[in-house]
Every structure is written in structure tokens, then in C-alpha cells.
Write a protein that binds this ligand. Structure first.
Ligand code: G3P
Ligand code: CA
Length: 225
């Protein structure tokens, strides 16, 4: 049962910060999940929303700011927004990284960064899995580099996600946990896919999805899994 820390260990530290990812490592998570957008000067920025309004003391679209400008805003008055490179360097192969492509045009840059860390820093393909609700970006990813593992995100329909996962030869399906039952989990696994539901936080829900024998759980509190 893989323990995957959602946006870092979001229950304990501000989401998508280096502090949240360090906390996830301290809790012995098998993986971390994070979200990426692009800055106006083309850097991969780890942040969930398309604006900085909810999580920082600034306002505006991530895409409208340079990296230097984004670094001037603070999360909870003390933390900076990290780049994807900074998270890779912090994690340093201690667990795998589930990169959710949120912002447009992120796929080619994420693929290039993964290739750089594999060729120059001794990372392996198993350290990465790319997911997205935007399936066009997943198709683009698999065309750019078919060796990179893909997790098909869905909040709507398991059958459609399963068909798409087969089409692009994905590694996993990442469903909203509320779509699951023992039967459809088995169906996805019989077709060869890992089933990694999100975002499962309460002990009651964690117990429920465990009875379906999922392969892992994405949670704000991975220590409860
Ligand atoms: O990985 C699944 C989960 O992160 C998707 O939802 O909104 O938290 O990015 P969200
Ligand atoms: Ca996410």
C-alpha cells in the first residue's frame, strides 16, 4: 500500500512548499504529489491554483509573473513558492514524485526536466509519475517520452479513464476515491493498472478504500494510511 503525500503532507505544513515535502519524507511517504504551472519566463512552478491569491500574500495569475517576482511572495508569511527543480533536489530520490500537470504547456518542460535528472543525476524512471485531468497533456507526454509513467486522473467516470489508460499505455489510474468499489478496482487491476485514489483523509475513508485493495492512497495525512 503506497503512501502518497498530497501536495506534500498538507495536513501538517502549507501545501506545495518545501516544508510540506520535507514533512512527507519525515513521515516515510513512498511518494509525494504536487501540482505545476509555468511562470511568465518559463520556469516550472509548484503551486496548485492558476493564481497566487489563495496561498500567498500576492494576487494575480502565476503565468503573469517571472520566477523572481513569484519568489517575492510569501506563503503563510514565511515560505517561498518552490520550483520543480527545488523539490527534486530536496527529495533527492528518497521517494517517487507524482507531478500533476495543471498549467498549459507544462508537459514538454516536465519531460525535459525528468530526462535531465535521469541522465545527469542518476534518477530512475520509477522516481516519477505524471498525472493530469487534461488528458491531451498526458497523450503529449507519452508521445514525447513513452518511458515516463502516467497516471490518468479522473473525477467522473472509471470506464472512460480505463479506456484512455489502455490507449496511452498508462501505468496507473488516479480516481476520486468516491468513484471506487471493490469491483471496479479489481477491473482496473486486471487490465494491469495501479489504482491510486485521491484525496483520502479520514480514517473511515482510508479503511474503506483499503478494503477495495487499492495499490496506494493519496492523502493529506499519509501517516494515517
Ligand atoms: O492527485 C490527485 C489530486 O491532487 C487532484 O486534485 O485538486 O488536489 O489537484 P487536486
Ligand atoms: Ca493535485
Amino acid at each position: 500500500m503506497l503512501k502518497i503525500a498530497h501536495r506534500g503532507a498538507k495536513a501538517y505544513e502549507p501545501e506545495n512548499t518545501l516544508q510540506a515535502f520535507q514533512k512527507a519524507l519525515d513521515l516515510n511517504s513512498d511518494g509525494i504529489e504536487l501540482d505545476v504551472h509555468l511562470s511568465s519566463d518559463g520556469y516550472l512552478i509548484v503551486i496548485h491554483d492558476e493564481t497566487i491569491d489563495r496561498t500567498t500574500n500576492g494576487k494575480g495569475l502565476v503565468n503573469d509573473f517571472t520566477l523572481a517576482e513569484l519568489k517575492s511572495f510569501l506563503i503563510d508569511g514565511k515560505y517561498q513558492i518552490p520550483t520543480l527543480n527545488e523539490v527534486f533536489d530536496l527529495v533527492n530520490k528518497k521517494c517517487f514524485i507524482n507531478i500533476e500537470l495543471k498549467g498549459l504547456e507544462t508537459a514538454p518542460k516536465v519531460v525535459s526536466l525528468i530526462e535531465e535528472y535521469i541522465s545527469e543525476k542518476d534518477w530512475k524512471y520509477e522516481h516519477f509519475i505524471i498525472s493530469s485531468f487534461d488528458w491531451n497533456m498526458l497523450e503529449e507526454t507519452s508521445k514525447l517520452n513513452p518511458n515516463i509513467s502516467i497516471g490518468v486522473l479522473t473525477e467522473e467516470n472509471i470506464d472512460t479513464a480505463l479506456a484512455f489508460a489502455e490507449k496511452i499505455k498508462a501505468k496507473a489510474i488516479h480516481p476520486d476515491f468516491q468513484l471506487l468499489n471493490a469491483e471496479n478496482v479489481q477491473q482496473m487491476q486486471e487490465k494491469g493498472f495501479l489504482v491510486l485514489p485521491w484525496t483520502v483523509n479520514s480514517e473511515e475513508d482510508i479503511q474503506k478504500v483499503k478494503t477495495y485493495q487499492v495499490n496506494g492512497i493519496i492523502s493529506d495525512n499519509p501517516d494515517k494510511i
